[in-house]
Design a protein around this ligand. Structure first.
Ligand code: HQG
Length: 183
């Protein structure tokens, strides 16, 4: 795995799930001290401070935000922090990429947060497929009637890197995309 990817994965781990892995703590909004994080990365991977700043700035999914001397992940947390996102009206349709093996449970109880703070939804099928393909097995795309959810009072949030977040998607809003319609 390229060093940039290793560092990006480590930063995601620290800022989303386990700040203690870098001896750091997050504030209530998920921010950590950038200088301290850079020091840990330099020691662990031998990267320069400039290298860390570049990796963060050039992250292809824009997973991290930097403000002054602080950094946070913009989505994907399992730790209990408040991103301070305002409820936002979603597009009429959103997508969730998952695996065939999870379908029976999802059709029974809906899409649930699992270990994360939110359920993650994509604005198009292509992105949902990329999410689904992170795991082995047959990919399935669920189309979500986000217009009806919103009308029924369910809140949506848009992360700084364009991921739609909500708390739970009930099975009644889900339709499985036929394989022939997948990109
Ligand atoms: C599934 C990446 C059984 C769900 C992506 C998913 C995303 C259920 C898995 C972000 C279930 C959870 C998040 C239920 C949901 N029963 N399985 N009731 N409800 N599931 O990784 O959405 O690259 O926590 O379908 O781009 O896969 O890390 O969520 O397969 O935005 O920046 O349980 O991770 O972003 O897996 O991915 P995850 P996800 P990054």
């Amino acid at each position: 795995m390229p060093i940039d990817t290793q560092i990006s994965k480590f930063v995601s781990l620290v800022l989303r799930h386990a700040p203690q892995e870098a001896g750091l703590s997050l504030d209530e909004n998920g921010w950590a001290d950038l200088g301290a994080l850079c020091k840990v990365i330099q020691a662990k991977f031998g990267a320069s401070t400039g290298g860390v700043a570049r990796i963060v700035a050039e992250n292809p999914k824009r997973r991290f935000a930097i403000e002054g001397n602080r950094i946070r992940a913009v989505q994907g947390h399992s730790v209990d922090i408040d991103l301070g996102l305002a409820p936002t009206i979603p597009p009429d349709t959103l997508y969730h990429g998952t695996k065939e093996g999870f379908l029976p449970a999802i059709l029974r109880e809906g899409v649930t947060r699992q270990s994360r703070q939110h359920v993650h939804l994509s604005k198009n099928m292509e992105t949902a497929l990329v999410v689904a393909r992170r795991r082995a097995g047959k990919s399935v795309i669920l189309q979500i009637d986000s217009a009806s959810m919103n009308k029924d009072g369910v809140s949506f949030f848009l992360s700084d890197n364009g991921v739609w977040l909500t708390n739970h998607v009930s099975p009644r809003y889900l339709t499985q995309m036929p394989e022939r319609e997948l990109p």
